[in-house]
Ligand binder design. Structure first.
Ligand SMILES: *[C@@H]1O[C@H](CO)[C@@H](O)[C@H](O)[C@H]1NC(C)=O
Ligand SMILES: *[C@@H]1O[C@H](CO)[C@@H](O)[C@H](O)[C@H]1NC(C)=O
Length: 420
């Protein structure tokens, strides 16, 4: 009898402890994904640093102070910066700078974050980035919050007349991670960035997952995710629909895995543009299990005329197209302005590029366009099990190549232009 009561009490105490842990850590215990050891964790709630979360008051000083405290906390403890639910935090452009003392920092984004609605709020700040994370290692940003870049003020008449002092015509990137190793970004919704939504530069060891990135099809340069000079990057299970590339991979990047992306509207998943006045290398890219819907391009590698370097070991597989304009494309004549387009005898060398297990429909008749440099051939281009039809029933489609070596098997439309 007594032992039974004691057992029950122990159960109750355990339950209370578990609940307490859940409440304190602000992490959904239901998912069971993140376990927090309270003894080794310090919590920094932005509200305790004076944030108002009313969507109007400038909360960036409070965020800066909370970040500084979290970043300079005890090295042997994990810091958790909490952005609580049910509130909207207005942030002016700001930096989250490292290096930090704890080996890992967790930012729990349960509330929403909004950018300025007036360009004058940018006065006195650098204007290339709204929220900038620099040299922070072991950073995890996770939660169900929404990050709104208030892009419309930048999209319209950006460069007409004389810009307000302190601002430039070029719209800022919403969030940049620079030199952040072991970076995780999970679960957030990103909307209406002024320009690129998420940019990583010089990062190593990155996982982005379960993101939603949304902006209008007509919004200029609002790439979903840009990967620049970064290595060991995994982007998966996300929905991206914007006015430009869903994901773009630029020079200096290697070991990139992309999977489970629903892309559209937008310009598809691109490597490049490479070779814009310099040496570029991209290596080991694996894009698989992605769906493109009504995108301007599907899977694409683009490089300017001129430039040097190479892109190799690139694989696109398990891709579905639904009414895509340029489904499969290698374009070594990239010239977005269509003005003063040069021809050059140097080019970024493309090799070991595979398109496998790809099917769907296109709004264009030329569904596979492999246009390599006339002076630097593409080599080992493999096109296998690729079936692309017109989105208009009964309409014929075709593929073309320039200076492309490789082999095609099980491809419709047939691709006879690849040179063995
Ligand atoms: C493919 O991606 C979808 C999301 O677009 C996901 O639900 C599914 O589990 C993925 N399949 C594999 C085999 O990874
Ligand atoms: C293929 O792409 C090249 C390079 O962008 C372009 O010049 C050409 O017109 C395209 N071919 C077709 C048939 O659309």
């Amino acid at each position: 009898m007594i032992s039974c009561q004691i057992t029950r009490m122990v159960h109750l105490v355990t339950l209370v402890l578990v609940l307490l842990t859940c409440m304190l850590s602000f992490i959904s215990c239901a998912t069971g994904v993140t376990k927090v050891n309270l003894a080794s964790t310090t919590i920094f709630n932005v509200m305790a640093y004076g944030a108002k979360g009313n969507g109007k008051t400038d909360d960036s000083p409070a965020f800066t102070n909370a970040w500084k405290a979290a970043c300079q906390s005890k090295p042997n403890k994990k810091s958790i910066l909490v952005i609580p639910a049910g509130r909207t935090f207005f942030l002016k452009p700001m930096d989250f700078n490292g290096p930090c003392k704890p080996s890992s920092i967790f930012i729990q984004v349960s509330g929403n974050i909004v950018a300025p609605t007036k360009k004058t709020d940018w006065f006195g700040h650098h204007v290339d980035t709204w929220l900038s994370f620099n040299t922070v290692n072991g950073l995890t940003v996770s939660g169900s919050g929404k990050i709104d870049g208030n892009g419309p003020i930048w999209w319209k008449d950006a460069c007409i007349g004389s810009p307000i002092p302190g601002t430039t015509c070029r719209a800022p990137v919403a969030i940049q991670f620079k030199k952040c190793n072991s970076l995780r970004l999970n679960g957030l919704t990103h909307v209406n960035s002024p320009r690129v939504h998420l940019l990583m530069t010089k990062c190593n060891g990155v996982i982005f997952s379960n993101l939603k990135i949304i902006a209008p099809e007509t919004s200029p340069n609002t790439d979903g995710i840009n990967i620049a000079s970064s290595t060991n990057v995994n982007i998966r299970d996300s929905v991206i629909g914007t006015g430009d590339d869903c994901i773009a991979i630029s020079g200096g990047s290697s070991n990139i895995k992309i999977s489970g992306i629903m892309c559209g509207p937008g310009h598809g998943i691109s490597i490049g543009s490479l070779g814009h006045g310099g040496f570029d290398v991209v290596e080991n890219v694996d894009v698989r299990n992605c769906t493109m819907k009504k995108t301007l391009a599907g899977v694409r590698i683009k490089s300017y005329q001129g430039g040097t370097g190479y892109a190799k070991k690139i694989s696109f597989s398990g891709i579905k197209f639904d009414a895509v304009w340029n489904p499969i494309m290698i374009d070594q004549y990239y010239c977005p302005t269509q003005k003063d387009c040069v021809t050059s005898t140097t080019a970024v060398k493309l090799s070991d590029i595979t398109f496998r297990g790809i099917a769907g429909t296109s709004n264009m008749d030329n569904v596979i366009n492999i246009s390599c440099s006339k002076s630097v051939a593409c080599t080992n281009i493999v096109v296998d099990s690729v079936y692309i039809k017109s989105a208009i029933p009964g309409r014929k489609v075709y593929g073309t190549c320039i200076n492309a070596h490789g082999r095609a098997s099980h491809v419709k439309p047939s691709l006879k232009c690849l040179i063995p």
